[in-house]
Design a protein around this ligand. Structure first.
Ligand code: SF4
Ligand code: SF4
Length: 387
């Protein structure tokens, strides 16, 4: 059973995106001793393979020296198992020195751009786009694989076509994220994407994806289709993440996920104490996360999508319900909308025009003509794509 540990070297960030909820001014930077403690903790904790994602705040603020020491400490210290690395960064602080270190460990990079420069900078702050592109060029020059996440907000949803075309023209894979209510600032809902609109956006992107088959990848749609086809979730939102995902904050505190880092009530333990699974399981946060699992079993039991949705993200559910387990992830509406759409189209293709969307079957005669006339067809090819 692989598991995931998010390492948060700092909650500080040089950017100041309008809707950000995960950065904190004057946050300390993780010491290298904390990485040594992480290695010790994991050695005693579990012997499964592990993926480490450096996240923030802005993880590059930790600097080249931190990664030069941390990466070999983690990979050498845990060489008895398979380990992988990833990083989520705005790339502003990328330097040739850091890029070289990351290239050595073939670290895939996730970054963020919300669309063309003007739109992006309206949401993320003036100058953001250029600073990210500067870092992107350095990363690219060192052979690093960079993918961008697009955050859709209450504002940018009105520019969805422009954003889709921007990614299409740039030849970029589109991966999206729905803006959540912020825990900072006076207007937490201002930028948040309404769940109904989020559902409509996903259906829109499914159509655009099918219309532009072979010219772009929309990662979320691929995952959603795969979930329906295999009957189980393939990203954290759609599996029971509790117990298989952890985050370690700058001071070594262990949380259920990076989204909780910096909130003392969600601390489950500290790597310096090398807690066992049993010890973590005694914490309030662990119990809360597992209470969500039980809540979903009950609340979603009559939903056709429960096996590959699992109630969505517990963090979303917890923050939307004043820290309590008394409601589902508010994006349930969106999940239902897109899962219903995929299932319906799948059934139509399967029983209405067998094989229409299967690669190799759609290329000839009447079926190919049908597929061309009906750009909404082809859901099966998306479902099979990542199998
Ligand atoms: S709490 Fe949400 S974001 Fe965090 S691991 Fe779970 S599903 Fe993913
Ligand atoms: S779509 Fe909604 S009701 Fe269905 S499993 Fe997901 S969260 Fe539960």
């Amino acid at each position: 059973m692989p598991f995931h540990v998010m390492l948060i070297p700092t909650l500080g960030c040089p950017s100041n995106c309008n809707y950000c909820w995960s950065s904190e001014e004057n946050s300390p930077v993780m010491r290298i001793e904390t990485i040594k403690a992480v290695v010790e903790w994991i050695r005693n904790f579990r012997d499964d393979s592990v993926t480490f994602t450096f996240h923030g705040g802005e993880p590059l603020l930790a600097g080249a020296e931190f990664y030069r020491q941390a990466l070999p400490l983690l990979s050498e210290g845990l060489k008895d198992r398979k380990i992988a690395f990833a990083i989520q960064t705005n790339l502003w602080k990328m330097t040739p020195e850091i890029a070289k270190i990351f290239a050595e460990y073939k670290i895939p990079i996730g970054s963020s751009l919300d669309g063309p420069e003007e739109l992006n900078d309206f949401q993320r702050g003036k100058g953001y786009y250029k600073k990210t592109m500067r870092g992107y060029e350095i990363a690219k020059a060192h052979g690093l694989n960079v993918r961008f996440i697009t955050t859709f907000t209450s504002h940018s949803i009105n520019h969805k076509e422009e954003i889709f075309n921007f990614n299409l023209e740039q030849g970029r894979t589109l991966k999206l994220h729905a803006c959540l209510p912020s825990l900072r600032g006076d207007e937490p809902e201002k930028w948040a994407l309404d769940p109904v609109k989020y559902g409509e956006l996903l259906v829109y992107l499914l159509d655009k994806y099918l219309e532009n088959r072979g010219r772009i990848e929309v990662m979320n749609i691929d995952h959603l289709c795969k979930n329906v086809f295999t009957g189980r979730g393939t990203v954290c939102t759609f599996v029971d993440c509790m117990g298989d995902t952890f985050a370690v904050g700058p001071d070594g505190a262990i949380y259920p996920c990076y989204r909780f880092v910096g909130m003392p009530e969600y601390v489950m333990g500290n790597v310096y104490e090398s807690p066992s699974l049993e010890t973590l399981a005694k914490s309030w946060a662990w119990k809360l996360m597992h209470a969500y699992k039980a809540f979903v079993d009950q609340e979603c039991k009559s939903c056709a999508h429960i096996n590959y949705c699992r109630g969505g993200c517990p963090y979303n559910a917890i923050t939307a319900n004043e820290g309590k387990i008394k409601g589902l992830d508010p994006h349930c509406v969106a999940y239902k909308r897109i899962y219903d759409e995929i299932t319906e189209r799948f059934n139509k293709e399967l029983f209405g025009g067998a094989g229409m969307g299967i690669p190799g079957f759609a290329g000839k005669g009447e079926r190919a003509e049908q597929a061309q006339k009906n750009p909404k067809s082809g859901i099966m090819s998306l479902m099979l794509k990542r199998i």
